[in-house]
Design a protein around this ligand. Structure first.
Ligand code: ZN
Length: 133
């Protein structure tokens, strides 16, 4: 596992949250992208080496919609950059972590991703992400 790649924040509206975070970080959204498989609209901001991913549900069955219904807006996941997502998934599985997907799947911002169940990580949803080459 390398550095934290980004922090994901569940929001009701990417558009209004982007306004706030653009002011907060004094930067602009560099990418917005819909990820159909996850039922989310995402927007990314970068400040220094740090990235924030804003996540808005695109339908009521989206995991982000369920998250907001239960907990409200807020930090949704922490994503770690990995060099070899297959190897990291195997390592974590061998160590007893519950993975939410068996195969890496396409995520936002040109990544392959896998999620680790919050039950395995003290209540925090962890995302592994590998840059797609
Ligand atoms: Zn993410």
């Amino acid at each position: 596992m390398n550095r934290i790649e980004h922090i994901g924040i569940a929001v009701n509206s990417v558009k209004s949250a982007a306004n706030i975070y653009e002011k907060l970080l004094n930067t602009t959204v560099y990418k917005t992208e819909e990820v159909g498989s996850e039922g989310v609209l995402t927007a990314f901001l970068q400040t220094g080496v740090n990235k924030i991913e804003l996540l808005e549900a695109t339908h009521p069955d989206s995991p982000v919609a369920k998250y907001i219904a239960q907990k409200g807006e807020g930090i949704h996941h922490i994503a770690f950059d990995v060099d070899d997502i297959i190897a990291e998934m195997a390592r974590l599985k061998d160590d007893g972590f519950i993975l939410l997907n068996d195969e890496p799947k396409p995520g936002a911002d040109n990544k392959l991703v896998c999620f680790v169940h919050p039950k395995s990580a003290n209540g925090v949803l962890i995302e592994l992400c590998q840059e797609r080459r």
